[in-house]
Design a protein around this ligand. Sequence first.
Ligand code: 4AD
Ligand code: MG
Length: 430
Amino acid sequence: MKATIAEVKNYVGREVTIGAWLANKRSSGKIQFLELRDGTGYIQGVILKNEVSEKDWEEARELTQESSLYVTGTVREDKRAPSGFELTVSSVEPIQIANDYPITPKEHGVEFLMDHRHLWLRSSRQHAILRIRNMVIKATYDFFNDHGFIKVDPPILTGSSAEGTTDLFHTKYFDRDAYLSQSGQLYMEAAAMAFGKVFSFGPAFRAEKSKTRRHLIEFWMIEPEMAFVDHEENLKVQENYVAYIVQEVLKNCQPELKTIGRDTSKLEKIKAPFPRITYDQAIEFLKEQGFDDIEWGDDFGSPHETAIAERFEVPVFVTEYPTEVKAFYMKPVPGREEVVLCADLLAPEGYGEIIGGSQRIDDLELMEERYRQFHLTDPSYEWYLELRKYGSVPHSGFGLGLERAIAWICGLEHIREAIPFPRLLNRIYP
Ligand code: 4AD
Ligand code: MG
C-alpha cells in the first residue's frame, strides 16, 4: 500500500510504502534510524540488522542526506515520536543517492541559503512558513467566497499604471510598450461594476529601488473591490478579513507555528474591530514622540509606521492621508479636499503596512480633473474614465500584500522567507 507520511495514521499495524527523502540518519551498531520526509511530514524509520536482508541493510547504510528512496515498513504508534508514529522498516529501495548536499545541519549565512533557495525550501522552517502561506491563501478564498465575492483575474500585462509611473517594469508588447501590473485595481473596479463584489489574487511588480526587510520586487496581492460600499464599510471588511486569516492560521497551523517558534499569544489577540487614528493624529503623535523629521503632508517611512503601530497590540488603521501623497483615484473627504478617504493598515510588532485601501472617486468631473493633474493623457486610460460615465456608483476596495501579512503572522525577520522564490533588488536567482 502506497501512503504519504500524513496518511500513516490510517495504517497502524499495516505495511506501507512511502516515497521519501532522507533528512537525517543515525546508527548504532545493529540499528539505523532514518529521519524521513516526504513534504507531508516527518517520520522515523527504524531498521534492525537482524530483520532485513543484507542488501537492504547495506543500501540503507549508503543513503546520504537528501537521497531519495521508497521505504517499506510497518506503521507503529509511538507516543514519544514527534509525529506519533514510527516505521519498522522491512525494505528500502534507493531511487537516487545525493552527493554532498550543500545545506547541512550546521548554520549557514543568509546569502548562501538564498543562493540555494531551491534546496532551502526543503528545510522544516521554510516548509512551515510556506504551509502557513498556503493556509492564508485558502482562508482568503474561503472568506471572500463566503461573503458573496466573485474571483476575477485582472491582466498582468497592462498599458497603464495604477500606482504611479516611477516604479513600473517596462517590457515590449510586440512593437508597442507594456508594463507589468503594479496592481489590478483599475480592472477590479470595472469588474465590481459588473459583479458587485469581486476579489483578485495575483502577482504585482514594483521596480522599487528599496532594499528593506519589507520590500519585494515581485509580490502577491489580494485585491477586493466592492460597489455600493463606502470608506467606513471598507474598513469593516478589512478588519474582519485580517482577523479571519489570523484565526484560521491559529486553528489549523499549530505545528507549523511551533516549528518556527512564533509567539502565538500575540496572534490570539488579533480580533476585530481594529483601532483607527487619522493621519493628523498620527503626525501629532509622532511630533510628541520627538520625530522632528516629519511634517504634515509627508508620507510615513518605516520608523514612523513602527512608532505608530507600537502603541497597539492589533493592527491599526491610519486614515485620511493627504491627497498629495496618495494615488490619483482616491475620493477626497467631503469638505476637506486636502485629505482622502483612505486607510493604510499597519501591522503590530513593526511589520508595517499590510493593506492600502480607499474609497474611489466616482464623480466623472472630478476624475477628469485628476486626469489633467496627473497627465493621464495616454489612450490606455480611456476605459477607466468610462466607468464614471455609465452608472457610476460609490465603491471602495483595498490591497493586502500577502508576503507582508505572512511576515507578520510568522514573525519573520525579513520578507524574503515569505515567498518561495523572492525577487529582491539584487536577486533574481534561483
Ligand atoms: O498600498 P499599495 O501600493 O496599494 C495598491 O496597490 C492599491 N491599488 C490596492 C487597492 O486598493 N486595490 O499596495 C497594497 C499592499 C501594501 O499595503 C503592501 O502590503 C503591499 O501591497 N506591497 C508590497 N509588498 C511587498 N513588497 C512591495 N514592494 C510592496 N508594495 C506594496
Ligand atoms: Mg500603500
